[in-house]
Write a protein that binds this ligand. Structure first.
Ligand SMILES: Nc1ncnc2c1ncn2[C@@H]1O[C@H](COP(=O)(O)OP(=O)(O)OP(=O)(O)O)[C@@H](O)[C@H]1O
Length: 282
């Protein structure tokens, strides 16, 4: 376990099931994500990874199960009972998507400010403050600007602060999305395929950024990633889903050699794995 990770997991998913009509997309899944660690959720297409993310972040209400978020101050939230915007603003869960969702016409800096305005105006007192311009609200605005500047530096986008987000190269947009999520000071950062579409240099930069978020912010990161080289390099912990169920859960080197995992990825029954491995020279 990384230094600084407390004993209580930031995220504890217990017996999560999600059905769509007759289809069981997620079947009795339990998992944990810890402060200061990167937990990867992997598995073949259709395994249920995004559905798990959608349940954690409030886009779906699970059919069964509990999703417990424990903040550093000890406060606990049952996410399956909360709406998505409250999960973000109150429980402290931030998310990025497979397809980048920035405000393309706004500048890079404005994107980071908007993320914080959504938090500033989440409660009724704050909303009132914003209308009548209270000193406290102005202080909060100044704090928001310095946090945005901090994250621009961290992701190497200070020189591009005034450019439209939609004009940035793809890799910069990916880092901006992460900066935007971090501007909400999350306890848990959920990243859906953050390395998708990045070249080798950008992917290396991303790995460094994610590791620094863990060590310096002590945030828990839960990521879905198809790029196994990224998963194996940066994860502390890997959970493998197949057909909606957890088939492996452990350190990357253990999971990589698990025969159930190899079988799931190759799409063959467990008992044929050794034979197929011989054939492909694995
Ligand atoms: N809103 C929905 N309605 C009906 N079925 C859904 C819905 N969302 C997901 N599914 C189904 O649930 C299963 C799991 O899908 P999910 O997107 O969670 O898998 P995944 O592991 O994220 O796949 P991929 O790696 O391809 O993104 C799939 O069979 C999918 O078609």
């Amino acid at each position: 376990m990384s230094a600084g990770a407390s004993d209580t997991p930031v995220l504890k998913v217990e017996h999560l099931t999600m059905r769509f009509g007759g289809l069981v997309a997620v079947d009795d899944v339990s998992l944990e994500a810890r402060r200061g660690e990167i937990t990867a959720l992997i598995g073949p297409n259709g395994a249920g990874k995004t559905t798990v993310f959608n349940c954690i972040t409030g886009f779906y209400k699970p059919t069964e199960g509990m999703i417990i978020l424990t903040q550093a101050n000890g406060r606990r939230y049952l996410l399956e009972r909360m709406d998505d915007h409250v999960i973000n603003a109150t429980a402290g869960v931030a998310r990025t998507f497979q397809n980048i969702r920035l405000f393309p016409g706004m500048t890079v800096l404005e994107n980071l400010m908007v993320a914080q305005h959504q938090m500033l105006t989440a409660g009724p007192a704050r909303a009132l403050g914003s209308l009548i311009g209270l000193a406290a609200y102005k202080r909060a605005e100044a704090d928001a600007l310095s946090l945005a500047i901090h994250w621009l530096e961290r992701v190497g986008l200070t020189a591009r602060a005034d450019q439209a987000a939609g004009d940035l190269p793809y890799g910069d947009q990916r880092r901006l999305e992460i900066a935007r999520a971090m501007c909400t000071r999350p306890e848990l950062l959920c990243l859906d395929e953050p390395a998708a579409g990045l070249n080798a240099r950008e992917s290396d930069e991303l790995n460094g950024l994610l590791r620094s978020i863990c060590t310096e912010e002590n945030t828990a990161i839960l990521l879905i990633e198809h790029d196994m080289s990224v998963v194996m390099r940066i994860s502390d912990h890997v959970i493998v889903l197949d057909h909606g169920s957890v088939i492996a859960d452990g350190p990357p080197d253990e999971v990589q050699n698990d025969e159930h995992v190899i079988a799931a990825y190759l799409g063959v029954p467990d008992e044929e794995v050794a034979e197929v491995e011989k054939e492909v020279g694995a």
